[in-house]
Design a protein around this ligand. Sequence first.
Ligand SMILES: CC(C)(COP(=O)(O)OP(=O)(O)OC[C@H]1O[C@@H](n2cnc3c(N)ncnc32)[C@H](O)[C@@H]1OP(=O)(O)O)[C@@H](O)C(=O)NCCC(=O)NCCS
Ligand SMILES: [Zn+2]
Length: 210
Amino acid sequence: MTEVEVWWGRIEQVRAEFADDLDPVEQQRLKAYVRAEDKARFLLGCTIVRRLLAHRLSLPPAKISLDRTCPECGKPHGKVRAEGAELSVTHSGDLVGVAISDRPVGLDVEKVDPGLDVAGVASISLSDAELAALPRNDERVHAFTTYWTRKEAIVKATGDGLRTDLRTITGAPNGFQVIQLTVDPGYVAALAVVSAEPPVVRTLSAQVLI
Ligand SMILES: CC(C)(COP(=O)(O)OP(=O)(O)OC[C@H]1O[C@@H](n2cnc3c(N)ncnc32)[C@H](O)[C@@H]1OP(=O)(O)O)[C@@H](O)C(=O)NCCC(=O)NCCS
Ligand SMILES: [Zn+2]
């Protein structure tokens, strides 16, 4: 059985003292964010990951070692890796999500932006068939964002990120399960997992970790 836990936090749950558990690389990234909400999203993502693993390993959150090395350039801005678990982190608007499993996972949440230039982003991310199927009415942004989160979840599960041409990803690739998750109104989220069978997904609130 493929099991995935998806933990959701909200930026108002952030407290400054969470930063004490970050490692020096994370501290540096935290410092580099200019906008308070970017700091809060990053800090909460780190905190959820650390506390989840701390609980599993019976260690203090600060003692968890995480590796975010980008395979492309070596900077610490890539997929979060830890021993003994597969992880994926996502943030948008007020929401921060962390998926954890023993299979490679990709999680993506997006706040639906009514002002989005759908034509512009769709032309670089959707296949011709998807473009043709995109509704022309007021469902358009929501429908586009749904495609986008599914594709992002897949490239986050592989770890390739936006190095992959999203136009070439249609439906679920062989060996992947992609599912839509229900989140707050105004947000769309998708989960991809490398698995031959549909996963059992448990949705949890990060409040209990905080
Ligand atoms: C990561 C990415 C797929 C999605 O980003 P997004 O939708 O803007 O943002 P999200 O909040 O959903 O996801 C960000 C999280 O994805 C994770 N991530 C970063 N790179 C990743 C990758 N290649 N694969 C999977 N997850 C990745 C990180 O955990 C990051 O959160 P954190 O830095 O706070 O820990 C996209 O930004 C990307 O591909 N970036 C890399 C682009 C690239 O190749 N750059 C070259 C750098 S040299
Ligand atoms: Zn890089």
